[in-house]
Design a protein around this ligand. Structure first.
Ligand code: BG6
Length: 537
């Protein structure tokens, strides 16, 4: 989330591109970058898992978009490592083909229409394939030779691989001397990007951090939570801190409760094997949903400096009252109007007790939030796709309306819409037209599309660009990962009682009834997924 031109970038950039540069006819020259933005410094991006889905679906589209924007340096190189011999040209062709498919697909976040050939050529010319096993010494000897030959010393190692390879790859990189920064043979930075899942509980996350940090410094480690790459998530801080309206009421004196939802209509989509071991709770809650909670609940930082922002977020994770099994509800989708049951999915045990839905009641025990429940929910095969945060304000005194025909007032709710709608809405009350004092609930809403030209954006553009610039604001620090896992440890490993029960819900429904009961305990109810009462039809 770079806010000012980065001095490191400007010092190191070999490209002389400036925002006002014209696009050159040569495919070697990057297009002009947007005003106020500079190309990242030159670096070699080494992708472990070059043949994987993440590389195809997210990294390549993001690199292409950065190239379109002229945000990559002319000296950039991309080395893709995967097991299995193949020619660089075959890898390029494969990537090109999938990029074209995503670009043409209206449902894809990379719906760019037709690819810009010049930008693709620019990326394609920088691609190099290298065959290698992720756990073999040979791979790293070969990689070291390649990097020694390359001119720039800046290297990003992107671990786009399944989590069991995180440790061995980092260990090999460390032992091969590839993580050594600064002077000597390897000038420049050495950074490691790690995808989720970062551990499966507190003990494994600690162990992984310890292992990684025995080979690299914390500043070299970029732990990704892709939710933080979304513009609408980054905008939470802008909505809160760039407007005078919200912050004065953003506290327990005025806020009744907060709901954070990440509901999906899709099922496990062929990821049965992964999901069986993970479940909805581990997959989404202590990472994506906690990150959203952190953005909503954090104190204002003094600057957008990475440590300033991350310190304030860390304070929130630290203040979360550890969850107990009583604070959560798990569900599993069954056959329903929108599809088969989870147990009928490929690679899923016929008697599986893995949850595909998780809801939690979370309290943040600090001066700003004590007593305000944060309700978190996520699930597959639900009634609607909806990622959003709804902040409900406390009721106003009713006395004024006691002698009028008004029998209740709808609470004010500010909703920050993250996906698939991008924007905000505010529910409030007005007098309905006519001679009688009647109150009507209305909604005022803002949609990004109405104000800005939305562009194809897969959400990894900012993350990759920031990593090249060395801006860690949007990446997770070791301590925050551990405090987040620590807050849910008693749910994952209950000290008393058995595992959290898993309740059935029909595919396409609002989730299990027991989740309603969780909120009813505090006199609350979930906002309907299908359509909120006052939302525009
Ligand atoms: C991933 C989870 O991290 O996030 C998936 O592993 C989930 O199960 C996905 O579907 C949701 O992300 P988004 O950006 O599609 O809302």
């Amino acid at each position: 989330m770079s806010t000012t031109p980065n001095t490191q970038a400007s010092d190191q950039a070999t490209s002389t591109q400036t925002p006002s540069c014209k696009v050159s006819a040569s495919p070697h020259d990057a297009p002009a970058s947007p005003a106020g933005k500079r190309p990242a410094p030159p670096c070699t991006l080494v992708i472990f898992g070059a043949g994987g889905d993440l590389t195809k679906r997210l990294l390549m589209p993001a690199l292409y978009n950065l190239a379109v924007d002229g945000l990559l340096d002319g000296g950039m190189k991309i080395i893709g490592i995967n097991h299995g011999e193949r020619e660089t040209s075959a890898w390029r062709d494969d990537l090109h083909q999938s990029l074209e498919q995503f670009a043409a697909d209206k449902a894809s976040t990379f719906h760019a229409g037709k690819l810009d050939d010049k930008a693709w050529d620019w990326v394609a010319q920088r691609l190099e394939y290298m065959a290698g096993e992720f756990e073999s010494d040979d791979t790293f000897t070969k990689l070291k030779q390649k990097l020694d030959q390359s001119s720039g010393g800046n290297v990003i190692f992107y671990l786009a691989v399944t989590s069991r390879f995180f440790k061995p790859i980092v260990e090999h990189l460390g032992k091969a001397g590839l993580l050594k920064e600064g002077d000597g043979d390897h000038g420049g930075f050495r950074r490691i990007v790690i995808e989720k899942p970062f551990g499966t509980d507190l003990a494994s996350a600690r162990d992984l951090n310890e292992h990684i940090l025995s080979y690299a410094k914390e500043e070299q480690v970029y732990r990704i939570d892709h939710f933080l790459g979304k513009d609408t998530v980054q905008s939470i801080l802008a909505v809160r801190f760039a407007n005078a309206l919200f912050e004065p009421v953003w506290r327990r004196e005025y806020i009744d409760s907060v709901q954070i939802t990440a509901a999906e209509t899709i099922g496990v989509e062929g990821r049965g094997k992964f999901y069986e071991q993970t479940g909805a709770f581990r997959d989404m809650l202590p990472n994506h949903l906690f990150q959203l909670l952190g953005m909503v609940a954090m104190e204002p930082p003094n600057s957008f400096d990475a440590e300033a922002v991350r310190d304030k977020k860390a304070d929130i994770f630290d203040a979360i009252q550890p969850l107990t099994p009583d604070d959560v509800v798990f569900g599993q989708y069954e056959k329903g109007p929108t599809g088969v049951g989870y147990r009928e999915e490929p690679d899923v045990a016929p008697d599986s007790s893995t949850e595909t839905y998780a809801a939690a009641r979370v309290f943040v025990e600090n001066w700003r939030w004590a007593g305000v429940p944060f309700y978190l929910r996520t699930g597959k095969r639900l009634a609607a796709r909806r990622t959003e945060i709804s902040v409900q304000l406390k009721p106003v005194p009713f006395r004024l309306f006691r002698d009028t025909p008004v029998d209740a007032l709808t609470p004010n709710v500010l909703t920050l819409r993250i996906d698939p709608a991008h924007g905000t809405s505010f529910d409030f009350n007005v007098k309905t037209p006519g001679p009688v004092m009647q109150i009507g609930a209305v909604q005022s809403s803002f949609d990004y599309n109405d104000f800005f030209t939305e562009r194809a954006n897969v959400g990894y553009e900012t993350l990759l660009y920031d990593c090249m610039l060395g801006d860690e604001t949007l990446f997770q620090r070791a301590d925050s990962i551990e405090t987040s896992w620590s807050a849910v440890d008693d749910v994952l490993h209950p000290k008393t009682g058995g595992a959290v029960p898993v309740h059935g819900y029909a595919s396409g429904s609002e989730g299990p009834a027991q989740a309603d009961a969780l909120l009813a305990r505090n006199g609350h109810a979930w906002r309907p997924l299908k359509q909120n009462p006052v939302e525009k039809k």
